[in-house]
Design a protein around this ligand. Structure first.
Ligand code: SER
Length: 878
């Protein structure tokens, strides 16, 4: 069975048990501050388990793209070294939301594995939660009994809380679980050691393939467990491991999921996979990481310097580094691999193939940047080589950490290069630096979140802000969040007009008003489907009735900017082409910012055309056509633009401004007709990343003010030029005149310099056998002073020249000596100038024959020339 068949059989099996097949959610999480990436199949369904939102189906099945590289579930460092952990993997799952429980879940998993996939029963083991006294949790007797009816008792293993109590994170839904493990070793190996001994013991051929979690509890921030409103099932089967088991392989990488990638990398590197452990690890790292990199970018996450973007950057750099070090890839190579992956996955996750050009460009740009960084790091290491040698051939911890932190060199790479140079790395010193940095960032970002105080259980918060700006409401739950130097409250209301930040549109601000008090809402954010009103204080009476009022004027400007964003999006596609995809946006009361894929700078003429189209639509005053709860397929048939990386439900909201112009899936707030936008003005166009351009624009009053400001400036220029028409012609003429004058001035000054040279030569006096000229002169620049000094050298022998002048109000001295005086009389221009500079409260230096000094006190310039004869005499004699 190939991997595509294995995946399909899973989905078909659960569909036959009345499960709804749903698509994978995007791998990058939005609207959940506790999670950056989907780390398990259940994460997109968190709200259903917690009872925050009713589930649209009681039974669901899917294959979910997951990433385990940060937070509680992090496998990154193992990846490549072993044969069964991955950064990105697919989790096959089936879910019951308050429907079936342990019996059906376990029986179906057994049926699927042994009857559909025909895995041999004598190679399977199952585990059951043994209970935990400290949490007052009993052994899972039900699961044990169910298994006993299907599998020999000695194959049912008891597991501790660590292995058999599954939790999504530090808080959230959790419960006892029952795992299924498979022993893939050869008969000989199995005869020697009982498979049972190897379960949960990190053996690469005795691995967990499926986990059945029985969600019953919610873990609170104070560590306690409370019962969930209903009992659910959450199962997760590692797809790549399942393929290994069914295809009879000893490694996930030997299955058809990874082989196309492995073979491509090996061929590019000119090596064979399976012959050398070092290159094998590198090939595995790359074949694994490209999946995480390509799919997260396709789901809308660009590599960057913070949060989710930084995680992607780190994974990409890990891949580049392994290629660079072990496979001799000195040029970008990962982007080529994206093609292989896109073709391979097109039938199940088409989003990568659909955006392949863009994804490749982003990857290649990142690779190039990191290869440059690596190169700089290598140069830094080379430059410091001698100092390491003086330090007993040790690279100190601080430098190793700097290489890691600034140049992206992990310790093992530094150690490898060090070995080649006969050096060693102070690893303990490195760890100390690392620990210090970690604790610095822990302190900076630590937040403490109290558990929700529930005032009205089972109330689903309702957003009514599309229709009204105010409403009567109640607080249904609240909590306190403490961060460094700051404490805030999150309030959830039963009904609210406050729009929570999402889809680029900022959250509303406003007030909650009761009979006795008024509490300001500073911002509104989302946590999955909860709308959090953020306040600095808690109302004294949280149970009071409140009037919720948004800052309506601010929202009006936000509406204009949001609708203008839609008009801009459509205009961009008209002018630049259908390849334009939204990559991000910001809509607030001041401006709109729109990021989109496009590969070249947008020409001025194109920008004007885009602007013109948008303003035409504004003038047409096209009425808003807003439709809520449209079935997703119907919306797509309407030609609605969906965004990659957005999670859409079965029913969506469609915003149309002219059915032949702009139709978008959108949850934001909009103007009633485009005329309300007033006027649209693009104020900047720039690049934000490889293949991503950014346009910023103003609407309405902001656009008017911007244009007025531009006009004011132009008028001010007109006034200065004293002209009403052809301003640019007048400025051009001024520039031309100025250039002519500058040329004349230079010619004049050169002429003056020649005159000055002759005059100075007359002033030479004999002092101690040298021709001393010490004079104050009038010069316009340091360059002229230098020229004059060097010219004088040509005309007077045995010369000690001292020039004292003022340039731009600052005193300057130059000393020039004939070469023979430096050699024969032991004179030195630097020493001389430093001594003279004391008179102008300054200092300087230079070469033995020419030196200059600057100072603070121009009044001392006369003293410089006065002092010169004595000083020169004493130096000659000395
Ligand atoms: N949530 C469980 C896991 O991730 C089962 O899906 O292992």
């Amino acid at each position: 069975m190939n991997s595509a068949e294995i995946r399909q059989k899973f989905l078909d099996f659960f569909a036959s048990k009345q499960h709804q097949i749903v698509p994978s959610a995007p791998i990058v999480v939005k609207d959940d501050p506790t999670l950056m990436f989907i780390n398990s199949g259940m994460a997109p369904f968190k709200d259903y388990f917690l009872g925050n939102k009713p589930a649209p189906y009681k039974r669901v099945t899917d294959t979910q793209k997951c990433l385990r590289v940060s937070g509680k579930h992090n496998d990154l460092e193992e990846v490549g070294y072993d044969t069964y952990h991955h950064t990105m993997f697919e989790m096959l799952g089936n879910w019951s939301f308050g429907d079936y429980f342990k019996k059906d879940a376990l029986e179906w998993s057994w049926e699927l594995l042994t009857e559909v996939y025909k895995l041999p029963k004598d190679r399977l083991y199952v585990s059951v939660f043994q209970g935990d006294d400290s949490e007052n949790l009993p052994m899972d007797q039900d699961a044990f009994s169910i298994w006993k009816s299907m599998i020999a008792e000695d194959r049912i293993l008891m597991g501790s809380k660590k292995d058999n109590f599954w939790e999504m994170g530090d808080t959230g839904p959790c419960g006892p679980c029952s795992e299924i493990h498979i022993d893939l070793r050869s008969e000989e190996e199995r005869a020697q050691v009982d498979g049972k001994e190897l379960v949960n013991n990190d053996h690469p051929q005795v691995v967990e393939i499926w986990n059945n979690v029985f969600m019953e509890f919610n873990r609170l921030a104070d560590g306690s467990l409370v019962k969930l409103p209903a009992q659910h099932v959450d199962t997760g089967m590692g797809f790549e491991r399942l393929c290994m088991a069914i295809q009879g392989k000893r490694s996930n990488y030997d299955t058809d999921v990874f082989q196309p990638l492995i073979q491509f990398v090996a061929q590019e590197a000119g090596v064979k996979y399976g012959q050398d452990e070092k290159t094998d690890i590198a090939i595995r790292v790359i074949s694994d990481h490209i999946r995480a990199i390509a799919f997260t970018i396709a789901d809308g996450q660009l590599p960057s310097n913070n949060k989710a973007g930084y995680v992607i950057r780190r994974i990409l750099r890990r891949a580049v580094r392994y290629g660079f070090t072990f496979l001799n890839f000195k040029k970008p190579f990962l982007h080529k691999l994206a093609v292989v992956l896109a073709n391979q996955m097109a039938h199940v996750f088409p989003e990568l193939k659909q955006q392949l050009g863009f994804v490749q460009r982003v990857i290649e740009e990142e690779e190039n940047a990191f290869l440059r960084t690596l190169d700089n790091g290598l140069k830094r290491l080379d430059a410091l080589e001698n100092s390491f040698k003086e330090n007993n051939n040790i690279i100190d911890g601080k430098t190793a950490f700097e290489l890691y932190d600034t140049f992206g060199f992990p310790l093992d790479l530094t150690a490898l290069i060090a070995r080649e140079k006969g050096l060693q790395v102070d690893e303990a010193g490195f760890s100390k630096e690392m620990e210090q940095q970690k604790s610095r960032s822990r302190n900076a970002s630590a937040t403490e979140q109290s558990d929700w105080v529930i005032l009205q259980p089972d109330v689903v918060n309702e957003f009514i802000g599309y229709d009204c700006d105010t409403t009567d409401t109640h607080i249904v739950r609240y909590r306190q969040v403490k961060a460094k130097n700051k404490s805030e409250y999150h309030l959830v209301l039963d009904k609210t007009p406050f729009y929570a930040e999402s889809g680029g549109q900022v959250g509303d601000t406003g007030f909650l008003i009761s009979d006795t008090e008024q509490v300001e809402v500073l911002d509104t954010k989302k946590e999955n489907d909860l709308i959090l009103h953020i306040t600095a204080k808690l109302p004294q009476n949280v149970e009071a009735g409140f009037r919720a009022e948004i800052a309506a004027e601010r929202r009006n400007y936000i509406r204009k900017n949001h609708s203008a964003t839609h008009l801009l999006h459509a205009a961009l596609r008209t002018v630049l082409g259908e390849h334009v995809q939204q990559r991000g946006s910001l809509v607030n009361e001041k401006l709109l910012r729109f990021d989109f894929s496009h590969f070249a700078k947008i020409e001025d003429a194109e920008l004007r055309q885009i602007e013109h189209i948008v303003n035409e639509r504004v003038r047409q005053a096209i009425p808003l056509d807003e439709r809520r709860n449209v079935p997703i397929d119907e919306a797509k048939n309407m030609g609605a633009t969906a965004l990659f990386g957005e999670k859409y439900g079965d029913f969506v909201r469609v915003i149309t401004f002219g059915s032949d112009y702009s139709v978008e899936l959108c949850g934001g707030t909009h103007v009633m007709n485009t005329g309300h936008i007033g006027y649209f003005k693009i104020v900047s166009e720039s690049s934000v990343a490889a293949g991503v351009r950014r346009i910023e624009a103003f609407t309405a009053t902001a656009a008017e003010e911007y244009m007025q400001q531009q006009l004011n400036e132009l008028n001010a220029v007109r006034e200065v030029l004293n002209t009403q028409s052809n301003v640019s012609g007048a400025v051009q003429k001024m520039q031309d005149d100025l250039k002519g004058l500058q040329k004349q001035l230079e010619a004049f000054e050169l002429k003056q310099l020649t005159g000055m040279k002759d005059e100075l030569a007359q002033k030479a006096v004999q002092v101690g056998g040298v021709n001393l000229i010490a004079q104050r002169v009038v010069l316009n620049s340091a360059d002229y002073m230098k020229k004059l000094a060097f010219d004088m050298r040509q005309v007077v022998d045995n010369l000690v020249l001292i020039l004292a002048t003022e340039i731009d109000g600052k005193p300057q001295i130059a000393v020039m000596l004939s070469d023979n005086l430096v050699q024969e009389k032991n004179l030195n221009a630097s020493t001389l100038v430093r001594e003279l500079a004391k008179e102008i409260k300054g200092g300087g230096g230079g070469q033995p024959f020419y030196a200059t000094a600057g100072g603070k006190d121009a009044a001392g310039l006369d003293a410089v020339t006065a002092k010169a004869p004595e000083l020169v005499k004493s130096m000659i004699n000395g």
